[in-house]
Ligand binder design. Structure first.
Ligand SMILES: *[C@@H]1O[C@H](CO)[C@@H](O)[C@H](O)[C@H]1NC(C)=O
Ligand SMILES: *[C@@H]1O[C@H](CO)[C@@H](O)[C@H](O)[C@H]1NC(C)=O
Ligand SMILES: *[C@@H]1O[C@H](CO)[C@@H](O)[C@H](O)[C@H]1NC(C)=O
Ligand SMILES: *[C@@H]1O[C@H](CO)[C@@H](O)[C@H](O)[C@H]1NC(C)=O
Ligand SMILES: *[C@@H]1O[C@H](CO)[C@@H](O)[C@H](O)[C@H]1NC(C)=O
Ligand SMILES: *[C@@H]1O[C@H](CO)[C@@H](O)[C@H](O)[C@H]1NC(C)=O
Ligand SMILES: *[C@@H]1O[C@H](CO)[C@@H](O)[C@H](O)[C@H]1NC(C)=O
Ligand SMILES: *[C@@H]1O[C@H](CO)[C@@H](O)[C@H](O)[C@H]1NC(C)=O
Ligand SMILES: *[C@@H]1O[C@H](CO)[C@@H](O)[C@H](O)[C@H]1NC(C)=O
Ligand SMILES: *[C@@H]1O[C@H](CO)[C@@H](O)[C@H](O)[C@H]1NC(C)=O
Ligand SMILES: *[C@@H]1O[C@H](CO)[C@@H](O)[C@H](O)[C@H]1NC(C)=O
Ligand SMILES: *[C@@H]1O[C@H](CO)[C@@H](O)[C@H](O)[C@H]1NC(C)=O
Length: 836
């Protein structure tokens, strides 16, 4: 009987393929007989306007309880004699039922949830709070957390926004999940269904604002048709309590409005902004406000007119003030043409240099939005010193759910532990406790506004982010913006239960993979605070350490043949350490007190410098890259242990990405190790680097229709060389005698998958086909594409358990397609247990 029941459950569950569109709001039936838990019989939603969050809350309760318990509750607005779920604002509750004790404890957007009495009470300080409480209740039910509770929850800070970098043409800057859900062909989309669904997801994690367009903004957003479109978007988001915000282009009065200036102190310019702002608010009366990137990376700004950044920010602040709007002004201002030959020049100093003297000069409705680190979303950075510098200015932290420098959603990297380190970092301003999380709220400097903004690259892909597992980052962002004190692992496990259900092994495996993922990525990309070491001049995806140096972008490593690292000391370097409060500055000024993981961020040292771990810098590089890549291999095994426990649609989707990550982690490992081995000439003590006994280099095979090709950057090819077909219509053949002992091997082929072609490959042994494949990753993965043979396009395919005899002939046939000349780097014959 029991077995039969379980079997039924299993088949039902596995039959339902899941595309991820419902994310963590699946409301899947509870697995056990636990659904005889007593659930109230009706829903009373104290608010009936269809665009009100309380009305939405009533609908959501009905939907959730139907899904979880299979019961349809009425939502007709009366509290009958049996028990009810009552949801509404405190004021509405008081009006209907009299007083309520906890009312005074609620802050803006906060809620009270009680399941202890006969009725379930979900009361918000405002309508939005009531909706948040509703999602909190449903999340408990969906996670089988049925014990009675009663609590008040208030937000850590008022601003909990996301920033979309969507362009009007429908593309997304750093987008890896398909085109925009907001724009198409220059205009706001007509069909706002997905925008409403996105707002629902955001409401469930208590995010209250979306800036819908790229910070590299386009003035045509302000034309009449698009303003009407903004209204449509805001209408779709309003029922979820999510406000709309937009990014502005500073020179719009001139390029779009036809004025001859965009000087913020020119009255005509002010009047123009006031007028356009009034027009927008006429259509979107509750618009959250503006986001502005000015005088950065080629964007226009007030400095053109010798006005300060505060003058620029305040111009917008005045325009939105009467409407209750705010201005998020980005601190990401720096000169991207600084001189790499100047030892004391430092992009990391820019934010403090530009903003410190403006503290106190910003209007009250301006918030300076500061990236978490001084450079740009690297795998490890100290917090920006600007957090400790601005005391009379409201500030917000800018995070990235978008994995721009962290594997672009093709690698699993759970980011909450990184954010947690930054939030909890104590900057010791005036020698007092000054955690970053308390600086961005009113707690430390008593500022009226503040909070967080995360860049999110949601696209039209049904998975939202292009990878089911990447959704833990979006979920964690919202929950940590609401309460930075939560533990990353707890948030993760809530998300796992909501997304994948209750299986213990599923929980353990996804927890293990996720919690190991950021350390693993740091290990196989850039270590010891040297930054991610990805290609900063092209796609920000694969390895290219040389791209950091000798250009004006200032993401320098200053690596030469004997030493590496940025000297950011006051005594002999850029002085960046001195931008921190004295206790922190002292720590970073000295090598001895600088933690290993930021050593190369603050110091220029020989490769032979000893770390606190006892290793040299260079040996740490080698070891970390082997360790990180090995961890990425283990993710495949871990994931595959879940086969049968997760619907096949999501299982296969994630399995494909884990295999991809495992292969690309090896590309990273070898490229970085080879680069620094080549530069320093210092061998790996463990003799792994440049020693690959299981590989057959493609360029050493007998070639016909193929030719050798020197790859650039050189270290992204084994032996610096790959093969490509001699023309775009020649079929290439590469053959080799197998000299390995007879036995069973995993056969791995490293090749390059370029955008703009889908080459076809066949690998055989003694004319027995082992496998065929197509270079079509561009159809499978969303990461930024490459048109070259390089660290972005380099990848691996593995065929397991291949029987070979000494003397067999290995043959690969490559058919080029488009610009993809069927490129191959090497073939590995891997004995059991070996990955190389
Ligand atoms: C469900 O209800 C039945 C009968 O009321 C009871 O015997 C059983 O223990 C309940 N199951 C759970 C898991 O609460
Ligand atoms: C609300 O629903 C209950 C139960 O279905 C019903 O008894 C009651 O008459 C309804 N009230 C209204 C105002 O429709
Ligand atoms: C602004 O958007 C329009 C419409 O998509 C496009 O034609 C124009 O090139 C864009 N301008 C900039 C500066 O991106
Ligand atoms: C709007 O978009 C949704 C979601 O993509 C789709 O299901 C629906 O059919 C679209 N509606 C129209 C009228 O095109
Ligand atoms: C405001 O802008 C609208 C549309 O561009 C224009 O028609 C109107 O004249 C402007 N009003 C003022 C006072 O500039
Ligand atoms: C800004 O100041 C610089 C140096 O003082 C001067 O050369 C330049 O003409 C000024 N620009 C404007 C637009 O006033
Ligand atoms: C080097 O950079 C520092 C800091 O930006 C600057 O003060 C100095 O003038 C620069 N030196 C030279 C020679 O350009
Ligand atoms: C989602 O993206 C993946 C590749 O990342 C692709 O295979 C799939 O077709 C996309 N689906 C939709 C509906 O866009
Ligand atoms: C001090 O700075 C110079 C460059 O100005 C650099 O060459 C040297 O290595 C640094 N000395 C120390 C002890 O870090
Ligand atoms: C394989 O070995 C045989 C005998 O040594 C040699 O004649 C042949 O050219 C080799 N083939 C390849 C593809 O290297
Ligand atoms: C593979 O097939 C080719 C052409 O049919 C033949 O010449 C060759 O001897 C075969 N090689 C092996 C190892 O069987
Ligand atoms: C091969 O390259 C030529 C010259 O660039 C181009 O005209 C032709 O279309 C290409 N052929 C294919 C199949 O891509």
């Amino acid at each position: 009987m029991t077995r039969c029941f379980l079997f039924l459950l299993l088949t039902v569950r596995l039959a339902t393929a899941e595309d991820g569109a419902n994310a963590w709001l699946r409301y899947a039936p509870l697995p056990q007989a636990n659904n005889n838990h007593s659930i109230p019989l009706s829903i009373v939603a104290l608010g009936n306007s269809k665009s009100s969050p309380v009305y939405t809350a009533g609908q959501e309760l009905q939907k959730g309880i139907k899904g979880i318990f299979g019961k349809k509750l009425s939502t007709n607005g009366t509290k009958d004699t049996s028990s009810s779920i009552v949801v509404g604002t405190i004021d509405a509750y008081k009006k209907a039922y009299g007083d309520f004790d906890e009312a005074d404890e609620l802050e803006e957007d906060g809620f009270f949830l009680s399941t202890e009495g006969r009725d379930v009470l979900i009361l918000g300080q405002n309508q939005r709070g009531a909706l948040y409480g509703t999602f909190a209740y449903l999340s408990r039910l969906a996670q089988n957390k049925l014990s009675p509770i009663s609590y008040v929850s208030n937000p850590h800070a008022p601003i909990r926004w996301v920033n979309e970098w969507d362009n009007l043409d429908g593309s997304i800057e750093r987008g890896y999940a398909g085109p925009s859900i907001f724009f198409r062909d220059g205009f706001v989309v007509d069909n706002v269904t997905r925008v409403a669904e996105y707002a629902r997801l955001l409401a469930s994690i208590r995010v209250n604002g979306i800036v819908i367009n790229n910070v590299n903004a386009n003035a045509t957003l302000l034309n009449a048709r698009n303003i009407e479109g903004l209204g449509r978007l805001a209408d779709a988001m309003r029922p979820f309590g999510v406000q709309l915000g937009i990014s502005l282009r500073f020179d719009s009065p001139q390029t779009f409005g036809g004025l001859n200036s965009y000087d913020p102190l020119d009255l005509k310019v002010d009047a123009w902004w006031a007028n356009i702002t009034n027009q927008i608010y006429k259509r979107v009366p509750d618009m959250a406000g503006y986001l502005v990137k000015a005088n950065s990376e080629g964007q226009p700004g007030p400095l053109t007119y010798n006005r300060t950044l505060a003058d620029g920010a305040n111009m917008f602040a005045k325009a939105v003030k009467a409407h209750g709007g705010i201005v998020m002004f980005r601190a990401f201002v720096y000169d991207n043409h600084i001189n790499p030959g100047n030892w004391t020049a430092d992009r990391a100093n820019a934010a403090v240099d530009f903003f410190q003297h403006l503290d106190g000069k910003f209007d009250d409705n301006v918030v300076v939005q500061i990236k978490y680190g001084p450079i740009d979303f690297q795998v490890r950075e100290p917090p920006s010193p600007l957090f400790s510098t601005l005391r009379k200015t409201s500030t917000a932290i800018e995070l990235q759910v978008t994995q721009e420098y962290l594997g672009q959603q093709s690698h699993l990297v759970y980011l909450a532990p990184l954010w947690k380190e930054i939030f909890e970092y104590d900057l010791r301003v005036d020698d007092r406790p000054s955690k970053v999380k308390d600086i961005i709220s009113s707690a430390r400097f008593n500022r009226p506004l503040g909070g967080s903004a995360a860049v999110v690259n949601v696209g039209t892909n049904m998975t939202w982010l292009g990878n089911h597992l990447a959704m833990s980052n979006l979920y964690a962002y919202g929950m940590m913006a609401w309460d930075p004190a939560v533990l990353p692992e707890d948030v993760l496990q809530d998300w796992i239960r909501l997304t994948f259900g209750f299986d213990r092994q599923v929980m353990n495996v996804i927890t293990e993979m996720s919690m190991k993922s950021w350390p693993a990525y740091e290990n196989y990309s850039g270590n010891l605070g040297i930054q991610t070491l990805t290609d900063i001049l092209y796609t920000h995806f694969g390895p290219n350490p040389a791209s950091q140096d000798n250009n004006g972008w200032g993401q320098w490593t200053r690596a030469d043949s004997t030493s590496i690292g940025m000297d950011r000391t006051v005594k002999n370097g850029t002085g960046n350490a001195g931008q921190y409060p004295p206790a922190i500055a002292k720590t970073y000024e000295n090598i001895e007190s600088t933690p290993d993981n930021l050593l190369l961020w603050f110091h220029h040292v020989p490769y032979t410098q000893l770390l606190k771990s006892g290793k040299t810098v260079i040996q740490h590089f080698y070891d970390a890259h082997y360790e990180g890549a090995a961890t990425a291999q283990s993710f495949v095994m871990l994931w595959q242990s879940l086969k049968g426990k997760i619907d096949s649609e999501r299982y296969e989707h994630i399995n494909f990405r884990q295999m991809y990550q495992a292969g690309h982690a090896l590309v990273w490992r070898d490229a970085i190790n080879e680069f620094y081995h080549n530069l320093s000439g210092i061998p790996d003590q463990a003799k792994r680097v440049r020693n690959h006994p299981y590989r057959i280099e493609a360029e050493k095979m007998a070639l016909s229709g193929y030719k050798a090709y020197a790859v650039s950057p050189f270290h992204t090819a084994s032996g610096y060389t790959a093969i490509v077909t001699t023309s775009n219509s020649t079929i290439g053949t590469a053959t080799a005698n197998i000299t390995y002992a007879s036995g069973t091997y995993d056969l791995a082929v490293n090749y390059y998958d370029l955008i703009g072609g889908r080459a076809n490959y066949e690998v055989s042994i003694n004319n027995r086909t082992i496998g065929t494949w197509t270079g079509d990753l561009e159809d499978q993965l969303g990461h930024a594409p490459s048109i070259y043979l390089d660290g972005h396009s380099a990848t691996r395919i593995t065929f397991k358990g291949v029987k070979v005899n000494t003397g067999d002939i290995l043959k690969i046939v490559g058919r080029p397609d488009g610009i993809e000349p069927a490129p191959i780097d090497y073939v590995s014959f891997l004995p059991p247990g070996i990955v190389d």
